[in-house]
Design a protein around this ligand. Structure first.
Ligand code: NAD
Length: 311
């Protein structure tokens, strides 16, 4: 099996690459390294198990490496929800335009299968929680969520028009080693700078579902082996949730900082486009007989420990 992984030097991508290599697949990574790091996959490159094409998907040249590919995992994106409200342009380019360019390259090189990493933010402030895949109306409240929904629509049209198949995974918050963004990374960075006080964006009551990255990779690969429709859309998350203040407590506990004071910036949202309550229904993927093995609290603790080891 010849797999292409865009964003394969990033957080989730590099864990996916580890698993694909372990399965004996030939892997090509396309990553500009704008956020990813070569070190995350360096051992596979040194072992000639992975080829890295360090290029921006918005430029030309990477397409010539695709000949013979069986499957495309398209993870490269600008994943920053908060920044997408400050400056939408990079989100449009790295998410929508890059996905369109991937689809065109797949069409021209006859690559039949696309695995795409979407997000819970396509649901916006959903009225039904846990939110199932068939929830409507899809009304994203962040530019990032809108960009991913646009990608989903483009992918669906290409699959129906050009005989491709896709697996679209709408992730909850995925956390773990090598993560370069998100609430846990943010808390650790702030506490390293000032262990006496931790600024928490919003009122700390935002409650969301978190899933450890290895569970996420297992779910993705499991579902791609089982679901065989043209467009296969699945939520991936844990079956419970945790609030931001509890995450702050776990981080300070693991960093042995019992006296840190929490300072809340206030308001029910941490930033423009923040969804205060998110839990995804995972009944659909459970129907394929996959189930998360751990919940949000345990995922957070494992991720904090792994990230602290990287300091
Ligand atoms: P990440 O930033 O660690 O990885 C993204 C990778 O894509 C980086 O290595 C970056 O260098 C690369 N990249 C970005 N733009 C590129 C471009 N134009 N050309 C080539 N390479 C480019 O992010 P992540 O958390 O690993 O996210 C992976 C995917 O999962 C993204 O599509 C993201 O939207 C999605 N996702 C992540 C989460 C999460 O909780 N981490 C949740 C929902 C969805």
């Amino acid at each position: 099996m010849f797999d292409v992984v865009t964003g394969g030097a990033g957080f989730i991508g590099s864990h996916l690459v580890d698993t694909l290599v372990a399965q004996g697949n030939e892997v090509l990574v396309i990553d500009s390294l704008c956020a990813g790091r070569r070190e995350t996959i360096a051992r596979h490159i040194d072992d000639y198990k992975v080829r890295l094409v360090q290029m921006d998907l918005l430029e030309d040249g990477w397409q010539e490496h695709l000949e013979g590919a069986d499957r495309m995992f398209h993870l490269a994106a600008d994943p920053d929800v908060r920044q997408s409200a400050v400056n939408p342009f990079p989100t449009m380019q790295n998410n929508i335009m890059a996905t369109y360019r991937i689809l065109e390259a797949m069409r021209l090189h006859n690559i039949p299968e696309l695995v795409f990493t979407s997000t819970s933010t396509v649901y916006g402030d959903a009225a039904v929680i846990p939110t199932p895949e068939n929830y409507t109306p899809l009304e994203p409240i962040s530019v990032y969520g809108a960009s991913k929904l646009a990608c989903e629509a483009l992918i669906s049209s290409y699959c129906h028009s050009f005989g491709m198949k896709t697996w679209i995974f709408r992730f909850a918050n995925i956390i773990g080693a090598r993560s370069g963004h998100g609430v846990i990374t943010d808390f650790i960075r702030k506490l390293n700078e000032n262990p006496a006080e931790l600024e928490i964006l919003g009122d700390g009551k935002q409650t969301k579902s978190y899933l450890e990255v290895h569970e996420c990779i297992a779910a993705m690969l499991y579902a791609t082996g089982k679901a065989k429709g043209t467009v296969n859309t699945f939520n991936i998350g844990s079956e419970d949730w945790i609030d931001v203040k509890s995450i702050a407590e776990i981080v300070t506990e693991e960093m042995h900082l019992p006296t840190t004071k929490f300072r809340f910036t206030g308001g029910e949202r941490g930033w423009v486009g923040d969804v205060p309550k998110m839990q995804l229904s995972v009944e659909k993927i459970k129907g394929l007989r996959w189930k998360p093995q751990i919940g949000s609290r345990e995922s957070v603790r494992l991720a904090v420990r792994d990230l602290l080891k990287e300091r």
